[in-house]
Design a protein around this ligand. Structure first.
Ligand SMILES: [Fe+2]
Ligand SMILES: [Fe+2]
Length: 296
């Protein structure tokens, strides 16, 4: 399959539309959480920001879909808007259902032209990769019951579909404009990643200050036991697992996996630091103790 052909467009649009799942957040099988897991959930400081970001994404993607001429691409992007809007509803449901103190953060709407959608799309590639790592660590450390984590796995699966759709759409548009050479493409993609990161940093100024210590000593110890290398390994493995669920003929995001692989290789070449090893041992004991207790 050649990038930029009608067959390519058919593949990335059809795959995206056909893998859309119909559900309402309030109707999902939300588990009852015990006091320990409820305290952990409430201790995470990102709920306000995550909800506002998802709500804004829903409005932006929906507005961008309306500007598109190609009916098949428009249908797929509109569907992504539906899913982002639903992510916002899902976050709101979690906040209300589990009694999380998460005030609404007003985040203004960005314009919805092609350049903004590109910044948003590359930003999603970064955010999803980080989300994959965080989710894999949460599962590995058994931070929450599997019944709760599996709901969020579905959200991440939707994000994996979004970023795969996005990179295929971007390459399709670039190829049709005669700009699909590898060097140029890599530089452009890196520039968009940087613009997305700067945009996120600006958005983050509206966020309440994130405490360096979580409001739950046990959770704080577990989170601090995660080294950068552990996180990168987890994110890469989860990224591979998610991407393997998609059609093998689709293009997949590469910038974050390549950067993470290079970073990991660099970290592995460093001599181990005494304090890191000590922190690992302390955190490992804490996590093991929790695992034993959960199993009891
Ligand atoms: Fe989302
Ligand atoms: Fe998304």
């Amino acid at each position: 399959m050649r990038v930029g052909t009608p067959q390519h467009r058919e593949l990335f649009c059809r795959t995206f539309i056909d893998t859309h799942a119909a559900f309402e957040p309030a109707e999902l099988p939300w588990p009852r959480l015990d006091a320990l897991h409820l305290a952990r959930l409430r201790a995470f400081p990102f709920w306000s920001y995550a909800r506002s970001i998802e709500q804004r994404a829903g409005r932006m993607v929906t507005a961008f879909a309306r500007t598109l001429d190609d009916p098949q691409i428009r249908e797929a992007v509109a569907l992504q808007g539906v899913e982002e809007t639903r992510h916002g509803r899902l976050m709101s449901f979690v906040v209300d259902h589990y009694g999380i103190d998460a005030p609404l953060i007003p985040i203004g709407d960005p314009p919805a032209d092609k350049d903004d959608f590109c910044i948003f799309g590359f930003g999603e590639c970064t955010d999803s990769f980080v989300g994959f790592g965080a989710f894999a660590i949460a599962r590995e450390k058994r931070l929450f019951p599997e019944s709760f984590l599996s709901i969020f796995e579905n959200v991440l699966w939707e994000e994996a579909r979004h970023i795969a759709f996005f990179v295929n759409w971007w390459r399709y548009e670039e190829a049709r404009a005669g700009r699909d050479t590898m060097g140029l493409r890599t530089i452009k993609a890196l520039k968009y990643h940087v613009r997305a990161t700067l945009g996120t940093a600006q958005g983050a100024t509206q966020m309440p200050t994130i405490p360096t210590k979580l409001d739950d000593p046990e959770l704080d110890a577990i989170v601090k036991s995660v080294t950068p290398a552990m996180f990168l390994e987890a994110a890469l493995a989860e990224n591979r697992r998610m991407m393997a669920r998609l059609d093998p003929h689709l293009l997949k995001p590469t910038v974050m996996p390549v950067l993470a692989t290079l970073l990991l290789a660099g970290i592995r070449m460093l001599p181990p630091r005494a304090e890191t090893a000590a922190a690992n041992t302390a955190g490992g004991q804490s996590a093991d103790a929790i695992r034993r207790r959960d199993a009891a």
